[in-house]
Each structure stands twice: as C-alpha cells, then as structure tokens.
Design a binder for this molecule. Sequence first.
Ligand SMILES: [Fe+2]
Length: 289
Amino acid sequence: MNRLFTEAGSADIVVERLAECGDPRFREVMESAIRHLHAFVKDVQPTVEEWARAIEFLTATGQMCDDRRQEWVLASDVLGVSMLVETLNNRAEDGSTEATVLGPFHVDGAPQLEFGSNICRDAKGMPCHVSGRVTDVDGVPLPGASVDIWQTNADGYYDVQQPEVQPEMNLRGRFLTDPDGRYAFRTIKPVSYPVPTDGPVGDILSRMGRHAWRPAHIHFIVSKPGYRRLVTHIFAHNDPYIDSDAVFGVKDSLLVEFREHDDDARAHDLGVASPFCTAEFDIRLTRQP
Ligand SMILES: [Fe+2]
C-alpha cells in the first residue's frame, strides 16, 4: 500500500511509486531527479507564486523552440550543464585534443571543399588562414580525416540566424586531410558574439547579472572511422571574454593565437588579401574504445 504524502518523507514517497518501473536505467535517472528536485524545493522554499513563475519559464523556453531555435540547448549551455555532460563523456586523458560544446548552430551537409578553400561567402571581415595536422595520440598522421568547420560572419551571426542576409552555407565547409594528415582553409578572423538574448534564457541571464558573450571561436568536428569523433572549438587567446564565456566552453588547450600580418608576398602565397591573420591548430584523435 502506498504511503500518504508528508513533508519529511516527500522524496521517498514519490520514489516508492517507481516500484513497477521495468527499465533499470530510467528508474535510476528518475529516482535521482526526484530526490534532487525535492531537495531543491526544500532548500529554496518557493512561494506558490514563485513556483508558478518557474513553470512559466519552463513553458516559455519550450515555446521558443522551433527548427532554427533551440532555447533548451541554450538553457543547458548557460547553466554549464552542456559543458559538464561533454566533459564527463570526453575525458582527454591520453593526450587527445579536448572537446567542447557542440552549440546549436551546426548544420549537417556543409559542402566538401578542396584543401585551402575559402569558406567566407559574404566578403566581410579580416581574411584568415587556418591550418594544422590531424594525428593519432602518438603523432601518426591521419590522412582522409573529415574536418567540418563553422563560424559566424564578421557581424557575429551564423548563416542560419540570417537566412535573408547571408549566403547559404556562409562560413561552413568540410575538408579532408591530405596524405600527411594536414588540413587548411581560408576564412575570416572570428569575432566574439552574444548568445541569443531575446528569449527566456536571455531574461534569466540578465537577472543573474551575467553577460551573454562568447569569446571569438571557430567550431570543428573532426572524424575518421576507428577514432572517437571530436567536437571542439579553437578560441582567440586574447579575447576579452576568454575568462567569462557565457556557455563555459573555454579550455586552456584550445586557445590559439590569430596572428595578424601585413605582408603582401605571404598573402599572395596563401591566396588572401593583406592585412590578414593566420592560426595553426594540431588535432590528436583517440581510438574508438
Ligand atoms: Fe559558436
């Protein structure tokens, strides 16, 4: 027979109703969720009005989501939970390149481009040449690895945020490493940008006294059969938001110098206009367990 509800036993009483749950993992997850949620409510002691506002926030967050906008991912990101899940699942203990959050702006099916191609299709921003090498954790080159790249334009928006303004697939491309494991592409120097603040997550960010900015970065997904798929970014090491990324994505090992040059001869060799910048980033993939 089920026990009646009491304040002191509230979590136990709800957890006891999981007795018929046939899925052990689901039961484990639900028991933990119920216990933490009850402990949270007992800690905070919300008024009825405050709890109604919490429900309104959850409702508004769901209602903000559509094909192009994922407010729940944003909520998870700004509360540090996306980064925690990523970190728990990708401990780079063997010297492989560290992972960071995927974020909501990756698009499947970016065009596959030749080594060294330019992914900037709106002719804005400072030209930038990015290159490096993909190896295994022992430094053995990995030819034919896929390097999928995306970033914002010089105004700080992804193409999917401005479908009427930016060319389709602006600042996106997929490259294959050459026989020495090398990749290279031309793009623009990345800029810092704010996460979207026109929804309920923007409201809680400002109520917490936090800014919405992410330090300048370029997104990478690097993959090769037999190796663990790496989702990461490279960050401009001297960005003013490097210590206060709104989504906690920065790791020391992912800081890169975007070095500026004013050198017509080198610009010509790299196929860019001067002044321009360069960045190098080597990637080490770990074998699939
Ligand atoms: Fe981003």
